[in-house]
Design a protein around this ligand. Structure first.
Ligand SMILES: NC(=O)c1ccc[n+]([C@@H]2O[C@H](COP(=O)([O-])OP(=O)(O)OC[C@H]3O[C@@H](n4cnc5c(N)ncnc54)[C@H](O)[C@@H]3O)[C@@H](O)[C@H]2O)c1
Length: 265
């Protein structure tokens, strides 16, 4: 892999950095020159991420925390400023799926927890990161939404609603922050092999149906976290200096299609 120092001298926070997309993004951001505050509530995975970065010559600090808790998010922003002297990038990526509970069996508590982590977490990131970025005159906030936020059948009902909310959040926040130099965008991953999707992958492998995974998109495969990290890097970097208020699908083309039958060749 060739790196281009696209985040040289930048200070970043990445949430959900203990696993999957967050880990891959924190590693890529660091390899591209950023100093990274890595946040997750899972201390073990977080420790591994930070070790991987620091052993590779990068600079990362682990903060074990709940990234949907208001004082905790404020503290993450303060920590980044205190340790790195700035906050240029906040990648609000932590999320939970909430499982596949049938609609009529879902509880209010299930909805509240999914919305808290997946939607209020990114809102808090914007609330506390943007004043610092406004004072600096620039900054990039990236949120992880999902193709589940675009249409049905890529996740449970509350999960999909939370991710649709994230897409609206980046649109409305980018506009609320007009004229400040702060950009707010989202990435909408398709099916990616991570801790979140592990049960599905494990189940398919156990049934011997692994070859079917990811066949619904025109690339006919699932994605890996590093492929989402590349979009997060672009949005975080100055390469995306005129990109604002958008949600980009990185899904092998899944969200571009109607259901289709495989053409004969
Ligand atoms: N894997 C996919 O196919 C897929 C598809 C679309 C969107 N996403 C989204 O990507 C993001 C990253 O998920 P992933 O697939 O890498 O899953 P993952 O489970 O591997 O990683 C998510 C990380 O977030 C952390 N986390 C969850 N809630 C937290 C909280 N309240 N405070 C702190 N940390 C918390 C977890 O501990 C975990 O380390 C999520 O927002 C998810 O919804 C994933």
């Amino acid at each position: 892999m060739i790196y281009h120092r696209r985040l040289a001298n930048k200070a970043a926070v990445v949430t959900g950095a203990g696993s999957g997309i967050g880990r891959a993004s924190a590693r890529l951001f660091a390899a591209e020159g950023a100093r990274v505050i890595c946040a997750d509530r899972a201390a073990d995975g977080l420790g591994e991420t930070v070790d991987l970065i620091n052993r590779a010559g990068g600079k990362a600090i682990a903060v074990t925390t709940d990234t949907a808790d208001e004082p905790a998010v404020r503290a993450l922003v303060e920590r980044c400023q205190a340790d790195f002297g700035a906050l240029d990038v906040f990648y609000a990526n932590a999320g939970i799926s909430g499982g596949m509970v049938p609609l009529l069996e879902q509880s209010v508590e299930l909805w509240q927890e999914i919305l808290r982590v997946n939607l209020i977490g990114p809102f808090l990131a914007i609330k506390y990161a943007s004043p610092v970025m406004i004072a600096q005159g620039q900054g990039s906030i990236v949120c992880t939404a999902s193709v589940a936020g675009l249409r049905a059948n890529a996740g449970g009902t509350p999960y999909s609603a939370s991710k649709a909310g994230v897409i609206s959040l980046v649109q409305t926040s980018a506009n609320a922050l007009l004229g400040t130099g702060v950009r707010v965008n989202a990435v909408c991953p398709g099916l990616i092999e991570t801790g979140m999707t592990k049960p599905m992958f494990d189940g398919a492998r156990a049934r011997g149906s692994e070859a079917k995974i990811g066949q619904l998109n025109p690339m006919q495969r699932f994605g890996v976290p590093e492929e989402i990290a590349q979009m997060a890097l672009f949005l975080a970097s100055d390469d995306a200096s005129y990109v604002n208020g958008q949600a980009f699908a990185v899904d092998g083309g899944l969200s571009s299609t109607h259901p289709f039958a495989k053409p004969r060749r």
